[in-house]
Design a protein around this ligand. Structure first.
Ligand code: ADP
Length: 540
C-alpha cells in the first residue's frame, strides 16, 4: 500500500523561492574583485536569478543543457546558479585554478553551451576559446566594466536587464540533473559528477543539521570554500535554505581579507580547507586579533591538523567541525562526532574525536573493508578501504567515464583508507594513492604530517613515499617552515620521537619555501613526487 501524501518534487528553485518569500531582506554581501563590498538580499537575488533564466532561454538554453561558470563566490554567481538550475539547465562550475588544457578538456567533455565568467578570468577564457565549442560567453560585469575581448561576449547586466522576472521555475522531475562538477583527475582524466535536484536538496537539508553546519535564519554564513569546489560544500544551497545571511568573499582569500569580513559582517559560520585557515591564524597571531562573532568553523577537504583545531578552540573560542567528503558525495560524507558523555569534557579529552573524520550524516552509510572484502571491526585499529553509499552519492560518472563504479550493493569505493574507532567513527589514514608502504606495513602520511605540524616552527608539511631497496618505500617529510628561523633536522627528529612509532621516523627531510597546492587548496603530492624525481627537493 502506498502512502497518501502529496508529491512535492524536491527541486532547488524552491530553496531560493522560500528564502525570497520569508527572508527577502536578509543580506547577501559580496567582496568584489576590485575589493569593494556589494550588498543585496534574497528578494533581489531571486528576481535577478529569474532574469538570468529568461536571458538563458533567450539564448535557446533548455532543460538538460549545460551552463558553465568560472567565478568566485559572489551574489551574481549565485544568481547564475539558480537562474540556470531553475529552468532545468545544468550548472557546471569550473575551477579557474586548473591548467588551461584541463579546463578546455572539461568544458568540451561537459559540452557547455554558455560560459558565464568573472572579468578577471577573461585571459584564461581567451586562452582556451580556440579549443572549446562554447556558443555564448557572458562576462559578469555592467556596461562600464565590460573589458575589450575577442569573444563577442555578452555583458551580464545588460543581458539580464532585458529579461523579465516571470520565467517559471521547476515543473520537472526531482531526479533531473541540476549541477555538474569534475573531480580533480589526479589519476586519469577528470570525471564529472552530475548532481540531481533531489540529491542537492536533500544534501543541503543534511548539511544544515545541528551536528554538521548547525545553520539557522539568525546565522551569517561565509563560504570561503569556493562554489566551484563541490558546491561550496553545499553552502550555496544550505545558506538560503536556512534563511541565513550570506557573505561571499570573492577572490580575497588572504588572512587580512577573511578576517575583515568575519568581523565586519559578524559571520557566525564559515568553512574551508585547512591550508586556508593557516593563513588566517598566522595573520591574527601577528596582529593580535580576535574572532568575536564566529561560533563555528567547518574544516575539511584534507585532514585537520591538531594545531589548527587547538588554535580555533583554545585561543579564539570557536567550535571546530571536521568534515570528510568528496565531490562524489555532494560532498559531505561524515562529520567529527564527540560522544555524548564527553560533551562537556576538556579539549584534550575530546581531541581524538575531533581529529577523526567522524560519522556519516543521516542519508549516507559508510563502511570499511579489508583486502578480503570483509568489514573491519570497530576499535580494531585495522585500516581498510572506505566505502560509501547514500542519497547524495554518485552512481556513475557523466558520460559513463570510468564505467561501472558501484559494487552490487551500491557501495562506492572512495579511494581512501580508514580505521574505525570504538564508536564507529572513521579515522582516515591515507588516500590509497598516497600510501607509504614500508617493509609491507603502512605508514599513515596523514598521521605523520599531523605529528610534525604540531611543531611551532612548521607551517605546512607533506609526507611522500620514496623508493628504498630494503624496505620497498620509506617516508620523506617535506617541511614548509614558518617565517623566521627554520627548525633543524635534529630538532624535528627529537620532536617526532615518541609522537610516532619509531619505524615511521622519516629517513629524509626536505625544506621548501612553499609546498605546492592543487586547484582546491590541498597539498599537491603528485607535484611533490615529480619535484623529488627531478632532484628539485634539495636536502637540508
Ligand atoms: P580532489 O581532492 O581530488 O580534488 P575532492 O575535493 O573530492 O577531490 O577530494 C576528496 C578527497 O579529499 C577525499 O577522498 C579524501 O582523500 C580527502 N579528504 C576530504 N576530507 C578529508 C578529511 N577531513 N581528512 C582527510 N582527507 C580528506
Amino acid at each position: 500500500m502506498l502512502g497518501l501524501m502529496q508529491d512535492w518534487p524536491l527541486t532547488v528553485d524552491k530553496i531560493l523561492d522560500r528564502a525570497a518569500r520569508y527572508f527577502g531582506d536578509t543580506e547577501i554581501v559580496t567582496r568584489r574583485t576590485d575589493g569593494s563590498v556589494h550588498r543585496t538580499n534574497y528578494a533581489q537575488v531571486h528576481a535577478r536569478a529569474k532574469q538570468v533564466s529568461g536571458a538563458l532561454k533567450g539564448l535557446g538554453i533548455a532543460a538538460g543543457d549545460r551552463v558553465g561558470t568560472l567565478a568566485w563566490n559572489g551574489a551574481r554567481h549565485m544568481e547564475s546558479w539558480y537562474g540556470a538550475m531553475g529552468i532545468g539547465a545544468v550548472l557546471h562550475t569550473l575551477n579557474p585554478r586548473l591548467h588551461p588544457d584541463q579546463l578546455a578538456w572539461i568544458i568540451n567533455h561537459a559540452q557547455d553551451r554558455v560560459l558565464i565568467f568573472d572579468t578577471s578570468f577573461l585571459p584564461l577564457v581567451e586562452a582556451v576559446r580556440e579549443r572549446v565549442s562554447v556558443e555564448h560567453y557572458v562576462i559578469i560585469a555592467d556596461a562600464a566594466e565590460m573589458p575589450e575581448n575577442q569573444l563577442d561576449a555578452i555583458c551580464y547586466e545588460d543581458w539580464i536587464a532585458a529579461a523579465g522576472v516571470d520565467t517559471p521555475w521547476g515543473g520537472f522531475d526531482e531526479n533531473s540533473a541540476c549541477g555538474l562538477c569534475y573531480t580533480s583527475g589526479t589519476t586519469g582524466n577528470p570525471k564529472g559528477v552530475l548532481y540531481s535536484h533531489r540529491s542537492n536538496t536533500i544534501h543541503a537539508m543534511m548539511a544544515i543539521s545541528k551536528d554538521c553546519f548547525d545553520l539557522g535564519s539568525h546565522d551569517t554564513v561565509m563560504p570561503v570554500v569556493p562554489m566551484f569546489h563541490a558546491n561550496a560544500w553545499a553552502l550555496a544551497f544550505a545558506g538560503p535554505m536556512a534563511g541565513a545571511k550570506m557573505v561571499m568573499p570573492g577572490p580575497g582569500l588572504d588572512g587580512r581579507s577573511i578576517h575583515e569580513l568575519l568581523t565586519d559582517e559578524r559571520v557566525t559560520l564559515t568553512a574551508a580547507v585547512p591550508t586556508l585557515w593557516m593563513g588566517l591564524l598566522e595573520y591574527m597571531r601577528a596582529n593580535d586579533l580576535a574572532l568575536p562573532w564566529l561560533k563555528r568553523v567547518c574544516i575539511g577537504g584534507s585532514a585537520l591538523p591538531e594545531r589548527i583545531l587547538r588554535a580555533f578552540e583554545e585561543d579564539y573560542g570557536v567550535e571546530v567541525g571536521h568534515a570528510w567528503g568528496m565531490t562524489e558525495c555532494s560532498p559531505i560524507g561524515s562529520v567529527s562526532h564527540v560522544p555524548r558523555d564527553l560533551a562537556d569534557a576538556p579539549l584534550d579529552e575530546v581531541l581524538p574525536h575531533k581529529l577523526a573524520q567522524g560519522i556519516p550524516l543521516f542519508g549516507t552509510e559508510l563502511r570499511v573493508i579489508d583486502k578480503a572484502g570483509e568489514p573491519v571491526a570497530r576499535g580494531s585499529g585495522d585500516s581498510g578501504n572506505l566505502q560509501i553509499r547514500g542519497v547524495a552519492v554518485v552512481s556513475s560518472y557523466f558520460g559513463g567515464e570510468g564505467g561501472e563504479i558501484l559494487d552490487t550493493d551500491n557501495w562506492f569505493d572512495t579511494g581512501d583508507l580508514a580505521a574505525l574507532d570504538a564508536e564507529g567513527a572513521i579515522h582516515l589514514t591515507d588516500r590509497s594513492k598516497d600510501v607509504i608502504k614500508s617493509g609491507g606495513e603502512w605508514i599513515s602520511s596523514i598521521d605523520l604530517e599531523n605529528a610534525v605540524l604540531s611543531h611551532p616552527l612548521v607551517s605546512n608539511a607533506a609526507a611522500i613515499a620514496i623508493p628504498n631497496e630494503k624496505w620497498g618505500e620509506r617516508p620523506l617529510l617535506i617541511i614548509q617552515p614558518e617565517a623566521g628561523p627554520a627548525p633543524t633536522e635534529e630538532e624535528l627528529r627529537s620532536f617526532l620521537d615518541g609522537r610516532i612509532a619509531s619505524w615511521w621516523m622519516p629517513d629524509e627531510f626536505r625544506f621548501v619555501e612553499a609546498i605546492p597546492l592543487g586547484a582546491t587548496g590541498k597539498v599537491n603530492k603528485l607535484k611533490l613526487r615529480e619535484m623529488y624525481a627531478d632532484g628539485e627537493l634539495a636536502a637540508i
